[in-house]
Ligand binder design. Structure first.
Ligand SMILES: [Zn+2]
Length: 432
């Protein structure tokens, strides 16, 4: 079988770096190679220069080769909502998002946006995401069809929402259940597709719908569950009003047995002590969305507090509440959020978080997130000299950690030289 060999500076994490000098947490080859066959990584190590028959060498010398970036929380139908001016979360949802999402009843619109969505992920070096579609089953079909065309490992699902949204965006407890079941049967396990049970958030689901989500979670215990929690104070007050007699917002999902190691909880900004403990005990994942939290004015994620509780943490864009598809921009904003909290985010940990850390958060670390033999060949090639100012700054950069920090602080899609999906170069094939 034909092989592809990528030459470059190969960096892959083994574990979460505890400090900048934690060299045991990663592997790095200054002149390295990654060999790919059949969409999988078949070898990684020092470049040896020996020419093999049937091997195409792609030379990325001087550039960093990393595992493809991973985004564990993003909304497909919000591509034309990003950068909308609003005072707060509920105004933003009602004025822009719930209006735009209605357009996804139209299959042609859903297909067009799904294609553009994956093009944008590839442009920014992201190879896997956990995505929310709309309430319409056709939005899920468009999403997974477009992912399959590109052979991308994607997690996604139809949002279940049967109240507190415009009529055109509401399902019912029964139809939300039926449509989710049909979506699972149609897509889950097809190629690289992973269906996620997706009650949007407690505010838009009746107790009857939450029971249906609970039933689905029981029927399909291996599936991801994704939702939102504790983003914004008004939202929390409204959710607690809708589900009285429960200890807190997270307690709603706990009540319906929706917490567990494959549950991705967007935001987790305003957590009580009990909620931190429940997150850790259930192994549920707090997904931090810094550009969104700053843009919507929701609050500053308390990384160290959750870390001290032993909670699992992912980091994501949350486009379109988030303001960039770039995981580099996301980690830059995350760094600034923690600066305001008096917490540190060193660049090794930041790059761990957007690769292996997010793969672990999504329980996909056996497949993606590291450059290891047997893993899927989802890779990104980064160039810290991608703009004139970065090239100038690089003249004074003398360590790998400082180069990563420059990439995170100043880099964006221009720093992404190439994105490989299951071994295929995809960014250079994008239109325009
Ligand atoms: Zn979100």
């Amino acid at each position: 079988m034909a092989r592809t060999l990528l030459r470059g500076r190969v960096l892959s994490f083994l574990d979460e770096p505890q400090a900048l000098d934690d060299v045991a947490s990663y592997r790095y080859w200054e002149d390295g190679e990654v060999e790919i066959e059949g969409g999988k990584i078949v070898s990684v190590g020092q470049f040896d220069g020996a020419q093999q028959a049937n091997t195409t060498i792609i030379d990325h010398s001087g550039k960093l080769i990393l595992p493809g970036l991973i985004d564990p929380h993003i909304h497909v139908p919000q591509m034309q909502v990003i950068g909308s001016y609003a005072a707060n979360l509920l105004e933003w949802l009602n004025t822009y998002t719930f209006v735009e999402e209605q357009r996804f009843a139209d299959e042609a619109h859903a297909a067009r946006i799904a294609g553009r969505f994956f093009d944008e992920l590839i442009r920014h070096g992201t190879t896997t995401a956990a995505a929310y579609c709309t309430v319409h089953p056709q939005s899920v079909d468009a999403f997974f069809s477009a992912a399959a065309e590109r052979n991308m490992l994607m997690v996604g699902g139809k949002v279940m929402m049967d109240r507190n949204a415009p009529e055109a965006l509401r399902d019912t407890a029964q139809s939300g259940y039926d449509d989710t079941k049909a979506g699972i049967a149609r897509w889950h396990g097809q190629g690289r597709a992973h269906y996620a049970i997706t009650p949007r958030f407690a505010i838009t689901s009746t107790p009857e719908q939450m029971e249906m989500a609970e039933t689905l979670a029981r029927e399909y215990p291996d599936l991801h569950i994704q939702t939102h929690v504790d983003e914004n104070l008004e939202e929390i007050a409204f959710a607690r009003e809708l589900f009285p007699n429960l200890p807190d917002y997270l307690g709603i999902y706990e009540r319906y047995h929706l917490l567990g190691p494959k549950t991705l909880l967007g935001h987790c900004i305003h957590l009580t002590h009990r909620e931190c403990e429940v997150l850790a005990e259930t192994r549920s994942v707090a997904v931090w969305c810094p550009t969104s939290n700053l843009f919507i004015g929701s609050g500053l994620f308390d990384h160290d507090r959750l870390h001290a509780h032993g909670a699992r943490i992912g980091i994501a864009t949350d486009v379109g509440g988030g303001t960039s598809y770039s995981m580099l921009r996301t980690l830059d904003e995350g760094y600034k959020v923690l600066q305001l909290r008096g917490q540190r985010l060193n660049p090794l940990r930041a790059f761990y978080m957007m690769t292996l850390g997010n793969a672990r958060a999504m329980s996909l670390d056996g497949r993606i997130g590291a450059i290891e033999v047997g893993r899927d060949a989802d890779l990104v090639v980064l160039d810290a000299r991608s703009t004139p100012q970065m090239a100038l700054r690089m003249e004074a950069v003398d360590t790998l950690a400082n180069e990563l920090f420059l990439l995170q602080t100043c880099g964006d899609d221009r720093a992404v030289v190439e994105t490989y999906v299951a071994g295929k170069p995809m960014k250079s094939r994008l239109p325009g």
